[in-house]
Write a new protein. Structure first.
Length: 334
C-alpha cells in the first residue's frame, strides 16, 4: 500500500492507493493557517478494517439497489446483497477494498495521479472484466478534478463516485452544523425505511430540501421533517439543475468562521448529500462530523424523462464522467 502526497504553494492533498482514496486535504483558513478539512482515520490500518468509505472511491455502482436486482438489456442481474436485502456501493469487494496500481505525471500547474485496476467478471454479481481508471488532477489554483473511465468486455453496470466527507472547519467544529449548503435543484428523492430512493422524484420547493438559497445545516438537523428524522440528517439524492447549453450550476459548501468554501461541478445528474448520520456521538468521526457530496446517477430515475444518465455500459463502450472540487476563501463580509 502506498500514500501519495502532493503539495502546492498553500494547500496539499494526500492520496492512498487502497480504495483510490483521499486521506487528507490541507487548506488555509482566513488567517492563512493550513488545516485538514476532510474526515480521516489517524491509522491507515483502520481503512482496511472499517467500511465507513472515508475518502474512498465507490463502485461499480454507488448507492443502493433494491433487492440487488437490476435489468440489464435482456437479462436480469442479481447482485450481491451486502446490506440486508439490498446491494450497497458495489458490494463487499468494491472499488474501496482493493489496492490500485498508479502512475504520476506532471505538467505546468498540475499533477495527475492515475489509479488503475481490472475487476473480474462476475465479481459481486457484475458481468464483465472491467478495466477502470480513476484520475486525480491537482491544480495549483486549489482545484481537484476526479475523472473516471471504464471499459468492459461484457454489457455491465457502472456508476462510480467519491465518498470524501468534508468538514471545512479544519477540526475547530466536531460537526458540520455551522456549514452552509447550496444545491441547484428543484427535485429530490424521498427514501423508504431501507434508505432506498422512491419515485417519482419529489418537488423540493417550499420544503426543508429547497437549497437553491443557502441553508444552515444546523437548521436541517433541527428539522422535524419526517424524512430528516428518519435518516437522522441528510441522505438524499438531488437532481441537479443545468443552465442553457448544459452548463451545470455549482454545488456550494462554506464555513463562515474559517472562511473556507467549496464549489463542486460535475458531469453527473445527481448528488447524494450524506451527513455522517451513522457515526456515533462521542466517537471519532463524530455524529454529523462531515458531509459527503457524492456525485453520481440514480437508478430507477432512468425511466423518467430528463432525470439522469444511463448506468448501463455496453461491451466495448468507454464510460467517462468527472467531478471537480474548487476551494477558496469567502469575502470578508461573509
Amino acid at each position: 500500500m502506498s500514500t501519495i502526497k502532493i503539495s502546492k504553494a498553500d494547500f496539499s492533498i494526500e492520496l492512498f492507493n487502497y480504495g483510490a482514496s483521499v486521506t487528507a486535504l490541507y487548506l488555509p483558513r482566513r488567517t492563512g493557517k493550513l488545516e485538514n478539512v476532510i474526515l480521516r482515520f489517524p491509522d491507515k490500518q483502520r481503512y482496511l478494517a472499517e467500511r465507513s468509505f472515508l475518502g474512498a472511491s465507490v463502485g461499480r455502482c454507488a448507492g443502493r439497489i433494491a433487492g440487488g436486482v437490476y435489468p440489464l438489456f435482456k437479462q436480469q442481474l442479481q447482485l450481491e446483497k451486502n446490506e440486508g436485502e439490498n446491494h450497497l456501493h458495489g458490494g463487499s469487494k468494491g472499488f474501496n477494498t482493493v489496492c490500485w496500481s498508479y502512475e504520476i505525471s506532471q505538467e505546468e500547474g498540475a499533477v495527475t495521479v492515475v489509479f488503475s485496476h481490472t475487476f473480474e467478471d462476475g465479481a459481486n454479481g457484475y458481468p464483465g472484466n472491467l478495466s477502470m481508471t480513476i484520475s486525480y488532477t491537482i491544480f495549483s489554483d486549489k482545484r481537484v478534478k476526479i475523472s473516471y473511465q471504464g471499459l468492459s468486455d461484457k454489457d455491465t453496470l457502472l456508476n462510480p463516485t467519491n465518498h470524501t466527507y468534508f468538514n471545512l472547519s479544519g477540526g475547530a467544529d466536531a460537526t458540520v452544523a455551522k456549514h452552509y449548503l447550496k444545491i441547484p435543484s428543484e427535485r429530490f428523492a424521498l427514501l423508504d425505511q431501507a434508505h432506498v430512493p422512491s419515485f417519482p422524484l419529489a418537488v423540493s420547493t417550499q420544503t426543508i430540501f429547497d437549497m437553491n438559497q443557502p441553508i444552515l445545516l444546523r437548521d436541517i438537523f433541527d428539522s422535524k421533517n419526517h424524512q430528516i428524522v428518519q435518516e437522522k440528517g441528510l441522505n438524499h439524492p438531488f437532481f441537479l439543475k443545468r443552465e442553457a447549453h448544459s452548463a451545470q450550476l455549482p454545488i456550494e459548501l462554506w464555513h463562515p468562521e474559517s472562511g473556507r468554501r467549496l464549489s463542486i461541478q460535475t458531469s453527473n445528474s445527481f448528488v447524494i448529500c450524506y451527513t455522517g448520520n451513522h457515526f456515533e456521538t462521542g466517537k471519532e468521526p463524530a455524529f454529523h462530523g462531515g458531509i459527503a457530496l457524492e456525485t453520481q446517477e440514480l437508478y430507477q430515475a432512468m425511466s423518467e424523462s430528463k432525470t439522469g444518465q444511463e448506468i448501463k455500459l455496453k461491451r466495448g463502450q468507454i464510460f467517462s464522467s468527472w467531478t471537480e472540487w474548487t476551494f477558496g476563501l469567502l469575502d470578508d463580509s461573509v
